[in-house]
Design a protein around this ligand. Structure first.
Ligand code: GLY
Length: 302
């Protein structure tokens, strides 16, 4: 069986001065995941390694460097799905985990699918995961963005105003296919800039922020979560894989996001045969991929 991995670092209007850092971060994470696969590792290990690297890279809106919510606090969401078992693990609105994808992975084999808020942080601690000081997740760039958002948002009740809709959802995600033919997809995010406390987007929801089924393929999405949830973008894209190659499935799904709900975002797709595809209707989406059939990795932002 062939091996393949694709990662994304968020779909939005990425400032020119940040393009290289986004592409470098995607490339490094993708190559780390590919090394896992090349050495006979599982797709689950590969996507965890890739996503942890992006959570640790402050350029992305995941883990360290995430957007701040209205209270000036980072609240993280993450999810993972195993295409061989259809098991799901997800966390939402956690504040004390630098790498929520690790705990999401742990939940795959637990009795539960999703944990939220302080209960999820406590669950993680009880299962041996280190809790971090929430301040460790905050970077100066995001404090400046938060101050601007606070100034520009007309009222505290303007929950879906332009500042939120036009926020910078630099969510990260990865999908991998391993030698055993298993596909795994995962996504991690700090959500949207200046989101209301407790707001949760698409990223931790299976079928919305991610989806995997060995019979179809795997998908990770990014963009305006409220729109993505309405059409269950990841599940829609995976369903398209039953009759389209991954690039066409990705394009069909992003067209549906725009046409049906006017949503902005992007997605990566890896179909059951190991073909990769991606699409976005935002100006940019950082991405990187490599399959055994390719001579060199592809890294891009357009
Ligand atoms: N797509 C990330 C979010 O809306 O939270």
């Amino acid at each position: 069986m062939t091996i393949a991995i694709i990662v994304h670092g968020g779909a939005w209007d990425i400032p020119a001065e940040d393009h290289q850092a986004h592409m470098d971060g995607c490339r490094a994470a993708m190559m780390a995941g590919y090394d896992v696969l090349r050495n006979g590792g599982t797709a689950l290990d590969a996507i965890e390694r890739a996503i942890v690297m992006m959570e640790d890279d402050p350029i992305f809106d995941a883990g360290i460097g995430s957007h701040l919510n209205r209270a000036g606090v980072v609240q993280l969401d993450a999810g993972v799905m195993d295409g061989s078992t259809l098991q799901v693990g997800a966390l939402a609105a956690v504040e004390r985990l630098q790498n929520p994808i690790r705990v999401a992975r742990h939940l795959l084999t637990s009795a539960h699918n999703m944990m939220v808020g302080p209960g999820a942080d406590a669950y993680a601690a009880a299962h041996g995961f280190e809790l971090c000081d929430p301040k460790k997740l905050v970077v100066e760039r995001e404090v400046e963005r938060w101050k601007l958002a606070k100034k520009e948002t007309p009222t505290a009740g303007d929950e879906f105003g332009e500042i939120v809709r036009g926020a910078k959802p630099g969510t990260v995600g990865a999908v991998a296919l391993d030698r055993m033919g298993n596909i795994v997809a995962g996504t991690s995010t700090g959500g949207t800039l200046y989101k209301p406390v407790g707001r949760v987007g698409d990223s931790p929801l299976p079928g919305c922020g991610y989806f995997a089924d060995n019979a179809l393929g795997g998908v990770s999405t990014t963009g305006h979560g409220e729109s993505i949830i309405r059409i269950q973008l990841a599940r829609v894209a995976a369903d398209f894989c039953s009759r389209l190659y991954a690039p066409a499935a990705a394009q069909a799904a992003i067209s549906m996001l725009g046409d049906r709900v006017g949503g902005l975002g992007g997605l990566i797709v890896l179909d059951h045969a190991g073909r990769v595809g991606f699409a976005h209707n935002t100006p940019h989406m950082a991405h990187a991929y490599l399959t055994e059939a390719m001579n060199a990795p592809v890294v891009g932002i357009e």
